[in-house]
Ligand binder design. Structure first.
Ligand SMILES: [Zn+2]
Length: 82
């Protein structure tokens, strides 16, 4: 892993509020986990219940659904997310 790439990951993390706060949620069991997003970008994003964990809090995901009722959320798909 090059130092330049690690610097890019850290810059990304610090530039994006959802990454900077360092919390991810499981879309299935709602478990919450604290992470270093730069580490996740480097080594792989955390998974739970077979799903990639999301940086959007349950409240934020609710707001997104409200704005986009046809969004391809797990709930709208009946949990059938590949
Ligand atoms: Zn889970």
């Amino acid at each position: 892993m090059s130092e330049k790439l690690q610097a890019i990951y850290r810059a990304l993390r610090d530039a994006i509020p959802e990454l900077k706060r360092g919390v991810v949620w499981c879309i299935h069991c709602k478990k919450r986990r604290t992470v270093d997003a730069a580490q996740c970008l480097e080594h792989g994003w955390p998974k739970c219940c077979g799903y990639t964990m999301t940086v959007d809090s349950p409240e934020e995901r609710g707001a997104l659904r409200h704005r986009a009722p046809n969004a391809a959320t797990p709930e709208n798909l009946g949990g059938r997310v590949p």
